[in-house]
Design a protein around this ligand. Structure first.
Ligand code: AMP
Length: 283
């Protein structure tokens, strides 16, 4: 395997500085590991936009709430490294927790507005954890481009906002959601689904797609999103955290009807998993 794994910020900076001196463009793909084809599509996109790609694996404790799945989150770094190597990534940065948050660490990056509501309302502190670690990873590696999945649409808007607000010199690229053949968005957390819930799970995307096309055709937002919640509950999901139509970029609520490009976003628990997904509402 030619992929090198490094664990120290110092080594990351050194490698990237060498590449820069050679005039190479650097791409960054942050992940929490337990990689699937969705993650690898981000690597592929980063490779198409840069000469060298750094993937990171860090299960970031600060983005998990006290009752969430930090301890249970799947960890399989050796398999991940082999996948990244085969995908053509050049370097894996997989730091231990105390390298990212050493003794005395006291800074939090908070993005207001886009972080509030949706997952931000259900997972207090989650986006501050994400914003803090992503800011650190961007400043540690100083890439030309960083690639994030549209699967986590709200997260993508939070990252775009913080990069703009903090003048971080990086281009943020979104990449489309990769799905299983039955429509379920790929996710490391799909491993939590037992066979019955796995069979139910594709309903989430099916319902969102249906409602998005109704809204694009002028249907009433409140009526159709309430229908989606009821359908999800009928399909065995619950609790349904939200199904909402929002402005695609600011995530501000849309009015009674969708009149400009928007996004339909949802989160719902299914068995041991909490699934999120979103689709565009194209006018
Ligand atoms: P995670 O490891 O879940 O934190 O995700 C790391 C990156 O992969 C984030 O930018 C996610 O949005 C992205 N990602 C996760 N699942 C998918 C998917 N199914 N398709 C495309 N990107 C994804």
């Amino acid at each position: 395997m030619s992929l090198e794994t490094i664990r120290r910020v110092r080594d990351l900076r050194e490698r990237v500085a060498l590449w820069r001196r050679e005039g190479l463009r650097v791409g960054l793909v942050p992940t929490m590991g337990a990689l699937h084809a969705g993650h690898l599509s981000l690597v592929e996109k980063a490779l198409s936009l840069s000469d060298r790609v750094v993937a990171t694996i860090f299960v970031n404790p600060r983005q998990f709430g006290p009752a969430e799945d930090l301890a249970a989150y799947p960890r399989r770094e050796a398999d991940d490294a082999a996948l990244l190597d085969a995908a053509g990534a050049h370097l894996l940065f997989a730091p231990p927790v105390d390298e990212v948050y050493p003794e005395g660490f006291a800074t939090t990056v908070t993005v207001t507005g886009v972080s509030e509501g949706l997952c931000g309302a259900v997972r207090p502190g989650h986006f501050a954890g994400v914003a803090t670690v992503v800011t650190k990873l961007l400043l540690q590696s100083l890439p030309d481009v960083a690639v994030f999945g549209e699967k986590d649409w709200q997260q993508l808007q939070v990252i775009r906002r913080l990069v703009r607000d903090l003048d971080i010199p990086v281009t943020v690229e979104g990449a489309p959601t990769l799905r299983e053949p039955d429509g379920l968005a790929m996710s490391s957390r799909n491993a939590y689904l037992g066979p019955e819930d796995r069979a139910r799970a594709p309903r989430l995307y099916a319902i969102l797609s249906q409602v998005a096309s109704d809204l694009a055709a002028g249907a009433d937002v409140a009526t159709r999103t309430a229908w989606a919640v009821a359908e999800l509950e009928k399909a065995g999901f619950g609790p349904v955290d939200y199904v909402e139509a929002r402005d695609a970029e600011t995530l501000a609520p849309v009015g009674e009807r969708v009149t400009r490009p928007a996004r339909l976003l949802a989160a719902a628990r299914l068995g041991r998993a909490r699934l999120i997904d979103n689709v565009g509402i194209a006018l």
